[in-house]
Design a protein around this ligand. Structure first.
Ligand code: ATP
Length: 433
């Protein structure tokens, strides 16, 4: 397998629409071009499952398309293993892409959809001949793929007539070329792994959404690529199937160890699937970290708000170093781990961030906040309260059996060890700073 390195990559599109006028052009680039990716640096380790997550339009699909070769890179470099792939066509990058739309060939059976990419390997190899007479450039580093490429391109003149002469005989008596035998083995192994071996003779129109998605996944797996690129592959599935397929993709990835880059805007998918997550916003990476690090130590207010559902509450406070936060409605002491981090903010404003699950019902006290329940969502396993205080609207997650009704007065306690603090101007976390 291979690592993927994205170095200083940027992408601009010509400003063709009015909405693009609001997008910045990058310094040193064409001022008439809108930058949708702004100097991205990211390394995905060999065998790693990296999730790219961010709101709609932040550039995650564009980044994936640049890696796959479906979109041209404006500047910077993309490496797959030791190869700089900027100038290689998609087929020679040794990556396989799975799309949200499945992109299956409707006129081919499941078997032939799975085999299609493998049969094309020979063609890819021929296209990769830089000049006639020169040694072909292998499309793949994998020995199994190179063997298949050799069989597909080698002059095996006797195979074609044998195949055509025996075509009408019963299956056991037909001549099967060596390449087809290898392809057959691989198609059947992948189909078995994905539990679609009973569907090989069906056509895409005869499959459910979940089955189509597994075929799309199988087609990528059959190619035995160095890197899987997946663009929101589960978006068209219902909630239950989504969860099942999510687990299946994670298990397969861990089993095969294929480096995977997975795009989603769904933070549950991001949190449950990736070894690491890159959070993107407006063409830039905001933070790259493990799921729990993102949740526990968001680098800035954007990440804090994007990761975690429902989102974090933000409260303007005044800092009194070393450990006190003051708000007209409460005074909160932070634990000593904050050390000297608050000293530069002494007597200045900061933004306190607290997740709904770190607010709890409490008794009246100066450190707690008084308010009225204005909305209540009882989900069975937990209850969400919207509490209106004098100056704030807060969302709190409380146990399902909490005896609270709309209109009740309540006191909320903030768990001080779970507090996050952000600079009110830069929005960077004071912890990371
Ligand atoms: P979504 O989750 O909605 O798919 P995304 O994060 O994947 O969003 P991209 O599809 O990468 O976002 O698009 C990033 C930005 O680039 C968007 O503002 C989009 O309008 C713009 N964009 C994408 N393709 C083109 C194009 N061919 N020409 C001009 N602008 C484009």
């Amino acid at each position: 397998m291979a690592h993927v390195a994205i170095e200083n990559v940027y992408k601009t599109f010509p400003k063709s629409r009015q909405s693009d006028e609001t997008k910045d052009a990058l310094p040193d680039t064409d001022p008439n071009a809108a930058a949708v990716l702004k100097r991205i640096n990211l390394t995905i380790h060999d065998g790693e499952f990296m999730v790219l997550v961010g709101p709609s339009g932040c550039g995650k699909s564009t980044l994936l398309r640049l890696i796959s070769g479906l979109e041209e890179i404006t500047g910077g470099s993309v490496w797959v293993g030791d190869r700089r792939v900027n100038d290689l066509p998609p087929k020679q990058r040794d990556t396989a892409m799975v799309f949200q739309s499945y992109a299956l060939y409707p006129h081919l059976s499941v078997y032939n959809n799975l085999a299609f990419g493998l049969r094309r390997m020979g063609a890819d190899l021929e296209q990769s001949l830089p000049e006639l007479g020169k040694k072909p450039l292998p499309v793949s580093d994998s020995p199994a793929n190179q063997e298949l490429e050799r069989l597909l391109t080698e002059s095996r003149w006797w195979e074609k007539p044998l195949v055509s002469v025996t075509r009408r005989l019963p299956p056991g008596l037909r001549y099967v070329s060596e390449a087809e035998r290898l392809i057959d083995d691989r198609v059947r192994a992948v189909a078995k792994m994905l539990q679609i071996d009973g569907l090989l003779s069906r056509y895409p129109r005869q499959l459910s959404g979940g089955q189509k998605q597994r075929v799309a996944l199988g087609r990528a797996m059959a190619r035995n690529p160095q890197v899987f690129l997946m663009d929101e592959p589960l978006s068209n599935l219902d909630a239950k199937l989504r969860m099942e397929t999510r687990a299946q993709i994670v298990n397969l990835q861990r089993q095969l160890g294929i480096t995977t880059i997975y795009v989603t805007h769904d933070q549950i998918e991001a949190m449950t699937m990736g070894h690491r997550i890159a959070v993107m916003n407006q063409g830039q990476i905001q933070q790259v970290a493990t799921p729990l690090d993102l949740y526990n130590r968001p680098a800035n207010r954007f990440v804090a708000e994007f990761i975690g559902s429902p989102p974090m509450n933000f409260i303007p406070v005044q800092v009194q170093a070393p450990f006190l936060l003051v708000h007209p409605e409460f005074r909160l002491s932070l634990p000593s781990e904050w050390d000297n981090r608050l000293l530069p903010y002494d007597n200045r404003e900061a933004t306190l961030g607290i997740r709904p699950e770190h607010l709890s019902l409490a008794l009246p006290a100066p450190k707690n906040i008084r308010g009225q329940v204005v909305h209540l969502e009882a989900l069975g396993s937990e209850t969400y309260l919207t509490v209106q205080t004098e100056r704030l609207t807060l969302l709190a997650k409380v146990p399902p059996d909490a005896a609270v009704r709309i209109g009740d007065e309540v006191w909320l306690a903030i768990a001080p060890e779970k507090a996050h603090l952000f600079d009110p101007v830069t929005e960077d976390s004071l912890w990371h700073g």
